[in-house]
Write a protein that binds this ligand. Structure first.
Ligand code: 5MM
Length: 341
C-alpha cells in the first residue's frame, strides 16, 4: 500500500468506530452568528473561541465522538490554558477536520438553484490546514426542493465540484467528506425528497467515479429522506428510516467507508430517533452514524448562553446528546433515556 493510501486509511480507521460519530462545529461566520442570536450571544471572535473550547473540552467527549469538523478560524484558536483547539481535540481522541468549501452562490441560468464555491487554491489551502492538524475535510453542496428544483444543471454541477474536491483532498492525504444536502425547507412530500436524493446521490457517485476518487477512503454525509417541514403529512420514524436506507441502497456503493448523516433542521430528539431506526433496519454494507451540528449543539448552546458559570451544565447537555447518538449509531437508543440526565 502506498504511503498516501496508508495515511488516508489511518484517518478512516480513526473516524469510523462503532458507536461513535462526528461533531460538526464548522459553522461559517453568518451561520454561527445566526445560532448565537437565538440565545442572545454576540458573534465575536472571543465568544466563538469560548464556545468551541467548551465543546472540545467536554470531558469524555471522545467516547462518542471520533472526529470534529472545524471552521478555519478555530484551527488557530486556543483554549484558556493556551492549548491549540485542534490539539485539545486530539488529546480527547478526536480527529480534527476542516470545512474547506467557501459557501454557496446562485447558479447562473438556473433560478432557485445554488452552487458551492472553493476549488481555486484548494490544494495549497489543504497543505496549510494539514500543518495546523486537520486530517479530513468537508464540502457541502445544497439542493433546494420543489416540483421543478433542483434542475439537472444543479445536480450535475454540484456533483462535479464535490468530486473535484474529493480528488484534490485524497491527493493531499486528507480524507474527504462528501456532503450533498437535500434541504428540508418547503412543502414537498417524502416521496419527492426520495426522488431528489436518489438523483443527487446517483450523480455524485457517477462523478466520484469519473474523477478516480477511492470510495473506500472517503465518507458520505447525506441528509435523511424526510418530508419538507411545511408538508401537511409528516412521516413516521419508520417511514423515514425505510425511505432513507432504500435510497442509500440504490445509490451508495458498498465499499464507501461510512455514512455520517447531517441533522438538517430536525430536532435533536428526532435526529437521534431516526438514526436509531435506520440502524435497526437490518444489516447494511456501510456503518451509519451521525455528523450533526445543530442536533448536538442546540441543547448545550441553550444551557451556556455565553455565561462561564454555565459551562459545566452545557457540557453535560452536549455529552448527553453525544451518548444518545452513540447508542443510536449502534441501533440501541431508548427514548426513555431522554428523561435521564
Ligand atoms: C448541513 O449543515 C451541516 C450539518 O449541520 P446540521 O447537523 O445542523 O444539519 C454543517 O456541518 C454545516 O455544513 C456547517 O454548519 C457549515 O454551514 P455553513 O452554512 O455556515 O456553510
Amino acid at each position: 500500500m502506498s504511503t498516501l493510501r496508508q495515511e488516508l486509511q489511518a484517518t478512516i480507521d480513526a473516524l469510523v468506530q462503532e458507536g461513535k460519530g462526528l461533531l460538526a462545529a464548522d459553522e461559517s461566520g453568518p451561520t454561527i452568528a445566526k445560532r448565537f442570536k437565538t440565545v442572545g450571544i454576540e458573534s465575536t471572535e472571543e465568544n466563538r473561541r469560548q464556545w468551541r473550547s467548551l465543546l472540545l473540552g467536554a470531558p469524555g467527549l471522545g467516547e462518542f465522538v471520533s472526529g470534529v469538523i472545524l471552521y478555519e478560524e478555530t484551527l488557530g484558536q486556543k483554549a484558556d490554558d493556551g492549548e491549540l483547539l485542534p490539539r485539545l481535540a486530539e488529546r480527547q481522541g478526536i480527529v480534527p477536520g476542516i470545512k474547506v468549501d467557501k459557501g454557496k452562490i446562485p447558479l447562473v441560468n438556473a433560478a432557485g438553484d445554488e452552487i458551492t464555491q472553493g476549488l481555486d487554491g484548494l490544494a495549497e489551502r489543504l497543505e496549510h490546514y494539514k500543518e495546523q492538524g486537520a486530517r479530513f475535510a468537508k464540502w457541502r453542496a445544497v439542493y433546494n426542493v420543489s416540483d421543478t428544483l433542483p434542475s439537472r444543471l444543479a445536480i450535475e454541477t454540484n456533483a462535479e465540484s464535490l468530486a473535484c474536491y474529493a480528488a484534490i483532498c485524497q491527493e493531499a492525504g486528507v480524507v474527504p467528506i462528501v456532503e450533498p444536502e437535500v434541504l428540508i425547507d418547503g412543502d414537498h412530500s417524502i416521496e419527492r425528497c426520495a426522488e431528489v436524493t436518489e438523483a443527487v446521490l446517483h450523480e455524485v457517485f457517477h462523478a466520484l467515479h469519473r474523477h478516480g476518487v477511492a470510495l473506500e477512503l472517503m465518507l458520505l454525509k447525506p441528509s435523511m429522506v424526510l418530508p419538507g417541514k411545511e408538508h401537511a403529512k409528516q412521516a413516521s420514524i419508520d417511514e423515514v428510516a425505510s425511505s432513507t436506507v432504500r435510497v442509500l441502497g440504490r445509490t451508495v456503493p458498498p465499499v464507501v467507508a461510512g455514512v455520517f448523516f447531517l441533522s438538517g433542521g430536525q430536532t435533536p430528539e428526532q435526529a437521534t430517533a431516526h438514526l436509531d431506526a435506520i440502524n435497526r433496519t437490518g444489516r447494511r454494507p456501510w456503518p451509519l452514524s451521525f455528523s450533526y451540528a445543530r442536533a448536538l449543539q442546540e441543547p448545550p448552546l441553550k444551557a451556556w448562553r455565553g455565561q462561564s458559570a454555565n459551562v459545566g451544565e452545557a457540557r453535560q447537555a452536549l455529552l448527553k446528546r453525544a451518548r444518545l447518538n452513540g447508542a443510536a449509531a449502534r441501533g440501541r437508543y431508548d427514548a426513555a433515556d431522554e428523561k435521564k440526565g
